[in-house]
Write a protein of this length. Structure first.
Length: 535
């Protein structure tokens, strides 16, 4: 009888958890965690809701799977923010949560306005996690019903298809998670929820990692709500996609319109690119994996609904690529290089009332300094990058900013113990106009790969001449120095081929390829040499 009561109580808990969210039009979200100096974790969850539906929940709970010591983490509401796209209110309709369901100065005022989105941030108290995650990791999850009934790429979206948010913490070298040693990746960019159709579009969620772990990006399967709670194993059904769509092809492609270009995701930079002439509401899910020395330590997922609206007679601002003769947003430099360029944006389109459009340029990036102006604070690895003038920058027809970043060897290093030959830094520049109902925008991922300085190899010692007085003249071939990193040659000698060898001198002239060892007495007994470089 005790088992019956336990199952029944669990059933009541599930029903009481799900019912208040029914019809709430939640659009997705993500779960992340931060490692505190105290050795405890703070978990965060963001929920995104369609403002045409009910308000977000006042409290929330993360379910923890695969952990025998912990099954739930309570969360409290930390902030509530309208992240609707901003357009020129004088031309309307202006999209916001305040007027999502009524536009008194606009035709069809009772028709819900698509694209009004609110972000709810929930946060846990500091919590200690003890133990080592199993091979499948500890799964932190949140489940709700129901997804928006207007979704285009999901079957029976109005029939109660729910959603599951999840994040997974894995073990690194079987280490105990108390005290904590790793942060999950987190997204710097708010999700892009409303986009105009009819032009090539790129977007980047811009995930970063506090330990500078390597990150990779991929499409992921969105899930329906799960029906079992821990300590039962995690189990959730995949969202059923409409024919012509799938989790790794969630946006309109040529099957919907021959002019469409299906969405792709760059696994290294995370940039998502597509062209759609097909409007609608589309569920997408992006996974970010964090790798520490080649070992997966975390996976976070952003499940978000994208709204494509038809916008006539409006093009996005144009942004000139800064690299490779203004053809590329990516560059590779050696540590120590100063990276500078001007980033201009242009938009000559007009609003529907004939007035010039106003562009606004914003930016995100882990390596930007405080206020986009400090080279010493605000980024994990100073020197920091700056923008002059700092965003947000607004203006009509033409705006620009100057990027500057002094790289050094610290930008290649990782806080982990493994060797890192390079690091790639992403700087996201978003430029939007103020066209209504959906501003057109250009989002550029400026990707700068910083390489370790090339090593100058040791020279080949090819000639040894012994003078009658026993002095020895050494001659060597000049090694290649492609990165200009040469510092010096170092000459070592010994009276035995097995050593020990002793340094006798250094040569700091890269072009000096000879050296005479005086007093070597090589006329009396054998003397051995080798030459190394320092770079």
């Amino acid at each position: 009888m005790g088992m019956v009561r336990l199952v029944l109580a669990g059933f009541i808990l599930i029903m009481s958890f799900v019912t208040p969210c029914a019809g709430s039009h939640l659009m997705g979200g993500e779960i992340t965690w931060q490692c505190q100096g105290s050795g405890e974790f703070i978990f965060k969850m963001k929920l995104y809701r369609d403002c045409n539906g009910a308000n977000g929940p006042a409290v929330a709970t993360l379910d923890v799977f695969n952990n025998p010591l912990l099954t739930q983490i309570p969360l409290t509401l930390f902030s509530q923010t309208d992240i609707s796209p901003q357009c020129n209110a004088s031309t309307g309709p202006n999209i916001s949560c305040a007027n999502a369901q009524s536009q008194p100065n606009w035709p069809n005022s009772l028709t819900p306005v698509a694209g009004a989105v609110e972000e709810f941030l929930y946060q846990s108290a500091p919590i200690t996690l003890t133990g080592t995650p199993p091979a499948g990791g500890w799964i932190f999850a949140y489940s709700s019903c129901c997804r928006n009934s207007t979704i285009t790429n999901v079957s029976n979206s109005g029939g109660g298809v729910g959603f599951t948010l999840r994040a997974i913490m894995y073990s690194y070298n079987n280490g105990n998670t108390s005290p904590c040693y790793d942060n999950s990746p987190e997204f710097l960019e708010s999700p892009n929820t409303i986009i105009c159709t009819g032009y090539p579009f790129t977007y980047n969620h811009n995930a970063v990692d506090a330990e500078m772990d390597s990150l990779s990006y991929d499409w992921a399967q969105p899930f329906d709500s799960y029906t079992t709670l821990p300590p039962a194993p995690f189990s959730a059904n995949p969202v059923p996609f409409v024919a012509g769509f799938s989790y790794n092809s969630p946006m309109p492609g040529t099957a919907q319109d021959p002019n469409n270009v299906a969405a792709t995701i760059n696994p290294v930079t995370g940039e998502i690119s597509y062209t759609s002439f097909t409007s609608g509401n589309y569920v997408t899910c992006v996974k970010v994996t964090a790798w520490k020395c080649g070992v997966i330590v975390a996976e976070i997922y952003r499940d978000i609904q994208v709204i494509l609206l038809p916008c006539s007679n409006n093009s996005p601002p144009s942004l000139v690529p800064p690299f490779n003769g203004n053809t590329s947003f990516s560059d590779t430099v050696y540590a120590g290089a100063l990276v500078t360029f001007n980033l201009p944006a242009t938009d000559l389109d007009l609003l529907s009332n004939g007035q010039p459009q106003t562009m606004t340029m914003t930016a995100t990036g882990q390596q930007f300094g405080a206020g986009f102006s400090s080279t010493t604070t605000g980024c994990p690895n100073p020197p920091c990058a700056t923008l002059t003038p700092p965003p947000p920058i607004s203006g009509q027809f033409n705006i620009s900013t100057d990027f500057s970043w002094q790289t050094d060897c610290g930008h290649v290093l990782s806080t982990s113990a493994c060797y890192v030959p390079s690091n790639t830094y992403n700087f996201i520049i978003r430029t939007t106009d103020d066209f209504c109902p959906a501003p057109a925008q250009t989002i550029a991922t400026i990707s700068i790969k910083v390489l370790n300085l090339p090593v100058v190899t040791s020279p080949f010692l090819h000639c040894i001449a012994v003078a009658p007085n026993g002095d020895v003249a050494l001659t060597w071939d000049q090694p290649a120095d492609t990165g200009g990193t040469f510092n010096s040659y170092h000459i070592f000698t010994s009276t035995s081929s097995t050593g020990p060898f002793t340094a006798i001198d250094s040569v700091f002239n890269y072009n000096q390829l000879t050296y005479t060892h005086t007093g070597a007495n090589a006329n009396a007994s054998p003397v051995y040499y080798y030459v190394t470089t320092r770079s």
